[in-house]
Each structure stands twice: as C-alpha cells, then as structure tokens.
Ligand binder design. Structure first.
Ligand SMILES: C[S@@+](CC[C@H](N)C(=O)[O-])C[C@H]1O[C@@H](n2cnc3c(N)ncnc32)[C@H](O)[C@@H]1O
Length: 221
C-alpha cells in the first residue's frame, strides 16, 4: 500500500463522518441515521458509487436541511470526500464504506428519500450484467430503500449502460420517467445543479455527452 493510501485509511478510522467496518455505528446505524448520526429529522439522500462524493458534498452545501450519505467500497476515494466535508464544516454529510449489494444491512425500508447513482462502472460484458447498478435486483433493492414515490437519478457517460438502464427502469414500473442523452443541452440541465463528478469531467473533456435519467421508484401507494 502506498503511503498516501495508508494516510487515507488512517483518516477514515479517525473521522466521525466515515462509517466503516470496525466502528461502533457500523453495526447500529440501520434505521437510526437520524437519531444516532445526524441528530435531526431531515430527509436522507444517497449517492451510490460516490467515489470522492462530489454529489454528496455539492448537494449538502446547496441543501443544508437535507442529509447526504455517499456510499462506496473504496476507502481512499471516500476519504477525499470526507476531508472536504470536514473542511467545509458540513454536518449533513456521512460516508458509508460498503459494497452496495449489502446496503440493506444499513438502511430500513423506506428510510431514504432520493438516490443518485453517479457514473457507475458500465460492466459492459453480458456476463457482468448482474454487477450493473441498474440491474433488476439493484432496482428492486432501491425500491425497498426509498420512501413511496422516492426519486432515483442516474448519470453516466456510457450510452450502452444508459440504454440498458432506461429499459430496466421501465420494466420496474418506475413512474414519471424523464431522460436525456445530452444533459448539458437538455431542459433537464438545471436538475443536476452544475455538479460535475471526477469521472464526468474526464469523459466530458473527451467529448462524451452525459446521459441522465430520473424517475420515481419508491413503491407508490
Ligand atoms: C467510475 S467510478 C465513479 C465515481 C464517482 N461517482 C465519479 O463519478 O467520479 C465508480 C465507483 O463505483 C464504486 N463501486 C462500483 N461498484 C460498487 C459496489 N458494488 N459497491 C460500492 N461501490 C461500488 C467504485 O469503487 C468507484 O468508486
């Protein structure tokens, strides 16, 4: 392990805004984010595959009365977001280090108001389909986490993953679907608040257009 990575991992151990294996909250946080961590009654929004957490930080700065949790498996990436949140004094931010497939170990049904999935790995090969974060089993999982009528957002540079995802959300009976294959020239542009993630910037600079969809995924009563 490089010295830099080691420092990031040390940061995560010491930082209160990082919840990861070995910390007391890791085992007790499910269903208790508001009482045990945020100490308020505000809604919870997740950024899945958050990397350095640009959405988590950007949205938390714009909406102080909402709680934001970035989720990723890679500790060194989360550490960067965590440090920025600390520097900015954002108390409405947390980072959870876990594989998203285990996320129900950390949230009750209906505990979440909104989910952003930001530039997930495309997993282009057919045999990798089950790892795509818009595979039907992930969509079913998001549906359970979201409050009735809760919103799912997806941003990706990958046209293949995007076409796949549009089909999957339609099959999952999501409602009020809106989407574009060129966010920056679209009327949906305002929704993303101008926040660009690290991967988004990389692909944008290479001339890719940004694909975006949103729909209401929570079980509508
Ligand atoms: C392409 S990067 C995008 C990072 C960031 N959202 C951005 O746009 O810059 C994909 C991220 O998803 C995370 N990831 C992929 N599959 C995951 C999973 N099953 N559970 C948790 N994190 C995952 C990776 O660790 C990586 O940080």
């Amino acid at each position: 392990m490089t010295r830099r990575k080691h420092d990031f991992f040390l940061h995560n151990i010491e930082s209160i805004n990082v919840i990861e294996v070995g910390k007391p909250l890791y085992k007790t946080i499910k269903g208790n984010w508001l009482s045990e961590y945020f100490k308020n009654d505000n809604p919870i929004v997740l950024e899945l595959a958050c990397g350095k957490g640009e959405y988590t930080i950007g949205l938390a700065s714009a909406f102080p009365a909402t709680n934001f949790i970035g989720v990723d498996i890679k500790g060194d990436r989360i550490a960067r977001g965590s440090k920025i949140a600390e520097r900015k004094g954002l108390t409405n931010v947390a980072f959870l280090r876990t594989d998203i497939k285990y996320i129900e170990e950390f949230f009750n049904e209906g505990e979440v108001s909104e989910i952003w999935v930001t530039f997930p790995d495309p997993h282009a090969r057919p045999r990798q389909e089950k790892h795509r974060l818009t595979h039907p089993h992930f969509l079913a999982l998001y549906k359970r986490l979201l409050k009735p009528g809760g919103t799912l957002h997806l941003k990706t540079d990958s046209p293949e993953l995007f076409a796949y995802s549009v089909e999957q959300v339609k099959s999952a009976n999501c409602v009020d679907l809106q989407y574009t294959t060129d966010l920056y020239t679209s009327s949906l542009n305002e929704i993303h608040l101008g926040i660009k993630t690290t991967y988004e910037q990389l692909f944008f600079d290479k001339g890719f257009t940004i694909n975006y969809l949103q729909c209401k995924m929570g079980a509508v009563l």
